[in-house]
Design a protein around this ligand. Sequence first.
Ligand SMILES: [Zn+2]
Length: 269
Amino acid sequence: MQKTEALYQKDASLQTHETTISSITPVSDLPQDLQTLFKTLESGQPYVVTTPQTIFHAQGGGQPTDTGSIILSHSGEEAVFKVHQVRKADPAILHMGTFTPADSTLKIGQEVKQVVDWGSRVLNSRLHTAGHVLGLAIRSLSRTGVLPADLKEVKASHYPGAAFVEFQGLIAGDKKSAMQEKVDELVRQDLDVTIHFWSEEEAKERCAVVLEGVKGGEEGVRVVEVGGLGSYPCGGTHVQRLRELGRVVVRNVKRQKGISKVSYEVVEA
Ligand SMILES: [Zn+2]
């Protein structure tokens, strides 16, 4: 399949974008391995639409899919293609959804406008960035002796209502307030969040955590850096400054089999 350029990785502020249709395929006509990327819809005939570029975040790296619509550029008509699930199928990014009305369609080569559901994107970017901030806060407390020195970040997920970071090593439940204070301090500093493209070597050397198999694209490894505090290899979307997070609330610490799971959420400041 034709390559899709992930514009959201360069500029996460794009809410709409004009592009063209590369392909339209009923999900049932896709190869089996691609069909299994998608959850079955409760209703409607599902199609996959591809475009040379996209501003829709594809599910992955602990961040949920963007949703939204793809509409004809030069028409006053309502949304034509409702985007329900976006998935990576290297080198393409697949937009799965349904046409409204059901008998409408788009044509290959047609100029269209992508529109991302901005409310859920903003929440996902806040939760995602908050996960990095919490990870860096824990790392900082581990360095200064408040938390054990041997903590190692192993996993993170940023889904609304189920966001957490996981560390190998033991974080005692009574350290919740220390983590909360550190996170509050970082947010108060309103640090900036920047994106870099580094060589694999540089990413491995400089990143706080290198989760399984860092792979660079043509431009290198995409890395997100929080105000000089630390960096993570990351393909997701983030806020630009930590004030945008509102308040990051450390919810709970659970320990099991040597892993400590710290759950959190973001609320309005
Ligand atoms: Zn990230």
